[in-house]
Design a protein around this ligand. Sequence first.
Ligand code: ADP
Ligand code: MG
Length: 352
Amino acid sequence: NSDLILYVNLELVNEMSDRRYVIKEMLGQGTFGQVAKCWDAETNSYVAVKVIKNQPAFYQQAIMEVSLLSMLNEKYDPDDQHHIVRMLDFFLYQNHLCIAFEMLGHNLYELLKRNNLRGLQLKYVRTFSRQILDALVVMKDAGIIHCDLKPENILITPNVKTAGVKVIDFGSACREGKTIYSYIQSRYYRSPEVLLGYPYTTAIDMWSFGCIVAELYIGLPLFPGASEYDVLCRMIEILSGQPPDDLLREAKNTGRFFKQVGSIYPGIEVKNGPISAYRILTEEEIEARESKKPKVGRWYFPRGRLDKLIYTYPWKNLNGENLPETEKTDCLALVDFLRGLVEFDPNKRWSP
Ligand code: ADP
Ligand code: MG
């Protein structure tokens, strides 16, 4: 990726020999390594340092994180206005690639947990959504797919006066048109095209974004499937529909989850034929196919259709009161918004 080299001179990845960063506490742990809150003795401020596991695959992907994030920061968001985390430094320390970021607050999953998973007030859902969208617009302009958008990867900005968030963790990100991996995104937030093995674009981040917006309001994940099959079943029930036939026809993994029931062959339109050429496998069929019990999570809340989920959302009615009229109107708008985001067809799905 020669154009990326412009943003990261790999010769600058120097061994850190002095004692600039002093670890104060551990902030988080993920697949790529650990994140520590550190005191930066040079700038006299706290920073978050991500220490990457010292294995070649993680190192390579972390170099990609550094490259893409520096491009986003420097070229697309020089004034830090678009809710994307700032990278401050990167270096090698004892054979580990380390990346220093500005210090941010809790992630949105922690925030939801603190709120007993009852969801946030609509005004916060709105503010956070708008800010995440702002970041997504920039990423789309830059042709960067985040590939792992989820509440854990959105952090609260520490400024107490103005509620705000920033998108972090470009450790799975890639460039549109240069997609390498097929197994991406965290399962609950995984888009239909990734589940089904269909070429993907920045639209997959919009799917995850829709899942996040719904979760911020209801407090629980929208499609908390115990397996990919379970996630698809939940999508089909909650959205009362399924991925379009042409996507199913062209996707690599369709046969893992769907059965062809119609006589619609590529290029031939069947008049008065079946509405869909595919149906999702039953649990028994999937069990027979995989010769083991499918992982199907117990249907705990949320379940039912999307609009019902949003209006008759139990936590908001704990006191036995109905939603106030204004919130009802807002809920209608929220459902409409979500419908544009958790849209099966990536071409019809709303862009940021
Ligand atoms: P991974 O790729 O391993 O998931 P992340 O970059 O997502 O790594 O970081 C893991 C966790 O560390 C995050 O979910 C968050 O809780 C914490 N964290 C990461 N960056 C920061 C930061 N800049 N400020 C505060 N906490 C952070
Ligand atoms: Mg992460």
